[in-house]
Design a protein around this ligand. Structure first.
Ligand SMILES: Cc1ncc(COP(=O)(O)O)c(C=O)c1O
Length: 483
């Protein structure tokens, strides 16, 4: 919550109120005094959650004007509610509904809360965040300003639910250029992040008689929850150094799979070429679908980069991407490129859900791509993240003897396999006591009990200079629990 003045000063120096509105009605026939009526109505709106904690309400002068009562009536009501703890008035920021406990949990499923409440910690190495502090604000503002300045009737109106045509065209070109994705603008949909794309595909699979969806084990616990809440049952398929065990998938009886072949989440391994081919052959044989979550492809180091799996079989693979890791989760911008016959069903389902994502945001993104700003930013970020990964690798060697990083050179987190005797939970607790928050392999595991203990260290928000002390603290925790 940020502080804003309840009064602003215009260019001429004249003070103007912010003219906030509040929908209250008065019964002029009632014998209840007006101040009591205002107090009661406001109190009810706060108690039943209509007025949310932190909501700014009009100044007493403004409300009195709007309701046609004298200001002293409103002042009396506000004072009473302030005394009861419903309202708070801070100099400079006006009157707001008091912050009170009991707000519902609105945490995203893709960022699951920790089972234990996290204390204030100096180093947060948990996954789920992006490097948002480097978000290219000026470039984004420039793109958005140009879009808004040029927007006519068409751009300010409704766009097709599948996305603004220009953005779909630009994205199709971009994905072909950087990931080898073979699609057409009409087979590409702009979604509110990967999460919405996944929910849509799950719905379509259910409609087509699927009851299960295979997922990687270990994998993203939030994604599993998402799939389950759609009505599909998840079936975990173990992952080894070469990615998903396609041989086990073949024996599972499942006909659709969700995976991160470019940079497996969280182990960082890449699905090897023979398994890619075998996976496609499996999909063709069972008439099934592969959902390719290419969430962090922008951070694939050149030594790890393979074209998207989708390029091998655009008729069997649903390619899904997101701006959450590359730019910022707040944009809620993602995309799906699906086989034509599947896209028709996806569009049908989507039409019943919403009327598409923000057109202005989509146009901003298209411009951001077209002007080369996205490529430029990704190049910088990739170099920075690679530097961080190298630092983590060196620090793991120095501070956690016997542990090793799995996977290649890419991504936003390091999967550190620990010696078999190491107690994961004890290590996490010891790290926490040293102000380092992180998660163990068990957090990501579904049912594969054969995996050695592990730590998953995200370096999305900690720079190289912070990685030294945080890894040293982790090293001390490691020694404490017998490493
Ligand atoms: C494995 C994985 N896929 C996809 C995403 C992106 O999801 P969304 O675009 O809904 O933010 C994330 C973000 O945390 C992720 O970890």
């Amino acid at each position: 919550m940020w502080d804003r003045p309840s009064h602003t000063t215009s260019a001429s120096g004249e003070e103007t109120t912010l003219s906030l509105q509040l929908a209250l009605t008065l019964d002029r026939e009632s014998r209840l005094p007006l101040a009591v009526q205002i107090r009661n109505s406001l109190r009810k709106l706060i108690e039943d959650g209509t007025l949310w904690p932190g909501t700014r309400i009009p100044s007493s002068r403004q409300l009195a004007l709007d309701m046609g009562v004298s200001r002293s009536v409103v002042v009396e009501a506000y004072e009473q509610l302030s005394a009861e703890g419903y309202l708070q008035t801070r100099h400079g920021s006006g009157t707001t509904v008091s912050e009170r406990a009991g707000a519902p949990d609105t945490t995203s499923r893709l960022v699951p809360p920790d089972p234990e409440t996290a204390p204030e910690a100096m180093w947060d190495l948990r996954t789920g965040t992006s490097n948002v502090m480097d978000f290219p604000r000026q470039e984004w503002i420039r793109s958005m300003a140009a879009v808004v300045a040029d927007a006519g009737h068409l751009e300010l109106g409704y766009s097709p639910p599948a996305g603004v045509p220009l953005t779909r065209r630009v994205l199709t070109g971009y994905l072909g250029r950087v990931r080898g994705v073979r699609s057409r603008p009409e087979d590409l949909m702009v979604t509110a992040g990967f999460a919405q794309g996944l929910a849509l595909i799950c719905r379509v699979l259910l409609d087509r008689g699927h009851t299960t969806l295979a997922v990687e084990d270990p994998g993203h616990p939030g994604e599993r929850e998402f799939v389950t809440s759609s009505g599909l049952r998840v079936v975990g398929i173990p992952v080894d150094e070469d990615g998903l065990r396609v041989d086990l998938l073949e024996r599972s009886g499942v006909r659709a799979v969700l995976l991160t072949p470019g940079n497996q989440f969280p182990t960082g391994v890449r699905l090897c070429v023979p398994r890619r081919e075998r996976l496609i052959a499996w999909a063709r044989e069972v008439g099934g679908y592969i959902i390719e979550d290419d969430f962090d492809s922008a951070f694939l180091h050149r030594s790890d980069r393979l074209p998207a799996l989708q390029s091998l079989a655009p008729d069997r693979v649903v390619y899904a991407g997101s701006a959450s890791k590359t730019l910022a989760p707040a944009l809620r911008l993602g995309w799906l490129a699906a086989p034509s016959e599947l896209m028709a069903s996806v569009e049908y389902v989507r039409a019943g859900w919403d009327i598409g994502c923000s057109g202005l945001e989509q146009l901003t993104f298209a411009r951001f791509i077209d002007t080369g700003a996205l490529d430029r930013y990704q190049r910088q970020l990739r170099t920075e993240l690679h530097r961080r990964r190298q630092t983590v690798r060196r620090q793991v060697e120095a501070c956690l003897p016997g542990a090793r990083l799995t996977g290649g050179e890419s991504g936003l987190q390091a999967y550190v396999q620990l010696p078999p005797h190491m107690a994961e939970t004890a290590l996490l607790r010891a790290a926490r006591r040293r102000s380092v928050l992180t998660r163990g392999g068990a957090f990501y595991t579904l049912s594969d009990t054969t995996r050695p203990p592990a730590l998953v260290l995200s370096y999305a928000t900690v720079t190289c200079s912070g990685l030294g002390p945080s890894m040293a603290a982790l090293g001390a925790a490691y020694r404490e629990v017998g490493g």
